[in-house]
Structures are given as structure tokens and as C-alpha cells.
Design a protein around this ligand. Structure first.
Ligand SMILES: [Mn+2]
Length: 304
């Protein structure tokens, strides 16, 4: 018998992908007769700390059957699908990264939902509510979805946070009796993972994708403050790339520190953000932006 495999991106996945895959599996298990599997061949990045891995839900092992069908969450760029995916067998795509809406419009048989919203976990939460299966939302499943929303919206503080994200977050806290200060527990657990292996934390969340005039290699790290941020180590890691940038999001300051390297990157970033860099290779944004927002801004600037 063939299965429906819920999966996500190719190399590394974050808590939004991890949590939404698991929650969507739990929903499809009750509304579909198929065997539903949530699996990845990618590495989980530091946004999935032991606090999350120790909840009672986890991913499954993949099955290998040529008739398996695939559902992609938190990714819609076909170059970055999990390597187990057979493109002719995709049945559904749910994502909040923009850029490939037109592409998928050419495939009417694939159910597609791409919305620029804070988190895919919000979209899956809404599907659970719309299907009237709120009973599956126990404490651990709520914690998973809440963590996905917290991470992808930076504690609901990014400008891409919508009322739908806020409402999903509040409802999930209520339904799962999740404590109000769960966000502190979650972000501290992530920062502990980053500090444990700084190099791995950078490498496990590296995006290599061309967007407008941005360098092709873009790192991102979400930290409470710069206390544990090792700039020297960062420069060492990126020395392998001719052009790069690193978006360090400081939750306490509410700013993005964009470090960069490469010949014309300074000029290109100053132009994109209409802001001068200091003498260091560093551009400070007064309000933090997520990498996906920066990439959208760069793409939009080119297409105008
Ligand atoms: Mn996401």
C-alpha cells in the first residue's frame, strides 16, 4: 500500500516545518483513510531543541514506495524540496514563502496554499479548526504549533505577524493550557543549542538562494542578545564564500545586525535599505527583519 508523506525542505528544516508537518499528520490521520507519514531527510536546525524533541509527538521514518504521494509544507521553491519527493507525485503544497505562486498555478491538480503570513503552523492550526477536529489539540501538539509560531514571527513581533497568527497563538495557549511564559522557556532552549555549537548553528540554517541583489549565501541567527555571539567564528565560517550576509536578530534590542562580506555587498545593501553602514562590515536595522522578509524586499526591488 502506498502512503502520503508530509515533508518539507531539502537540507535543513526549522521548527515551523517540523511542527506543522507533525500537526498536519495528526489532522490527516483523523480525516483520511490513507496511511499518513511525516518525515524528513533534512537536518533539524537549532530551532528544534531537546525541549521540543522530548514532546510526545515526533517524526516518522520514511517509506519507499513508488506510489507514495507527497505533501510539502513550509517550502514551495521546487529546487528545495526534500530529496525523497518525486515531483510527479506531489498532491499538496502549503507555504508562506512567496515567489512561486505563478509557477504552481500551472499545476491545477496540486492543491496549493501560499500565503505571506507569519507561520505555516498558523495555517495548519486553521485547517484543524475548519475541519472541526479541535480535540486533537492536546498540550504537546499545542506546544509544537506555538513554538513554530513563536520562532517564525519572533515572539509575534515581526511585521509579517498577522492577526491570524496572533489568534492562533492565543487559542493554542488556551486549548493546550500552555503557560503564558512558554516563549521564554522555548527561546532559552534554542539559545542554549546555539551556544553549545555555534558553527553548527550557523551551518544548519544557511540559505543558498539568489534573491535580487543580495549575496547568494545568507545566514540567520535568532538570539536574545549578542552575549554569546562569536563574530570571529562567524567570519571564519563565511570565509569559504565570496559573497555572504548574516542576519543576526536580537530579540531584546528588537534589531537586525546584518554582517556581510564580499566586494560590492556594502553598496548593494546600502542601496536596498537606503541606509549607510558603519566602518565595519555591518548594517544595523532599527527594526528586525527576518531573512524571508529581506529576500522578499530584494526580489520586489528588482521587479519594480
Ligand atoms: Mn516557516
Amino acid at each position: 500500500m502506498s502512503d502520503i508523506i508530509i515533508t518539507s525542505g531539502r537540507k535543513y528544516i526549522d521548527i515551523d516545518a517540523y511542527a506543522s508537518m507533525i500537526a498536519y499528520r495528526e489532522l490527516l490521520k483523523v480525516i483520511s483513510d490513507n496511511n499518513i507519514i511525516a518525515s524528513t531527510t533534512a537536518i533539524l536546525n537549532q530551532s528544534v531543541p531537546p525541549l521540543i524533541l522530548n514532546l510526545r509527538y515526533s517524526l516518522d521514518r520514511s517509506t519507499d514506495n513508488e506510489n507514495n504521494e507527497y505533501i510539502l509544507l513550509d517550502v514551495s521553491n521546487p529546487d528545495f524540496f526534500d530529496k525523497q519527493v518525486k515531483s510527479s507525485k506531489i498532491v499538496e503544497i502549503i507555504d508562506h514563502h512567496t515567489g512561486f505562486e505563478q509557477y504552481w498555478a500551472k499545476y491545477p491538480n496540486i492543491k496549493t496554499q501560499i500565503e505571506f503570513i507569519g507561520s505555516v503552523c498558523t495555517l495548519v492550526y486553521e485547517k484543524i479548526i475548519q475541519s472541526r477536529h479541535v480535540e486533537i489539540l492536546d498540550t504537546d501538539l499545542c506546544k509544537l504549533l506555538v513554538a513554530g509560531i513563536l520562532d517564525n514571527t519572533l515572539n509575534l513581533k515581526t511585521s509579517i505577524t498577522t492577526d491570524r497568527d496572533r489568534s492562533a497563538y492565543n487559542e493554542l495557549l488556551r486549548l493546550g493550557k500552555v503557560p503564558e511564559d512558554f516563549y521564554k522557556e522555548y527561546f532559552s532552549a534554542c539559545e542554549a543549542e546555539i551556544t553549545k555549537d555555534f558553527e553548527k548553528a550557523i551551518k544548519d540554517d544557511l540559505k543558498i538562494e539568489k534573491a535580487g541583489t543580495l549575496p547568494e549565501v545568507i545566514g540567520q541567527m535568532i538570539v536574545l542578545n549578542l552575549d554569546n555571539f562569536d563574530q570571529e567564528k562567524m567570519n571564519e565560517i563565511f570565509a569559504a564564500y565570496p559573497e555572504w550576509m548574516m542576519n543576526v536578530i536580537l530579540l531584546e534590542e528588537g534589531k537586525s545586525y546584518i554582517y556581510f562580506g564580499g566586494d560590492s555587498i556594502r553598496q548593494r545593501l546600502e542601496h536596498l535599505f537606503d541606509k549607510k553602514c558603519g566602518s565595519d562590515n555591518l548594517l544595523v536595522l532599527d527594526k528586525f527583519l527576518l531573512r524571508k522578509q529581506i529576500m522578499k524586499k530584494a526580489r520586489d526591488a528588482v521587479s519594480i
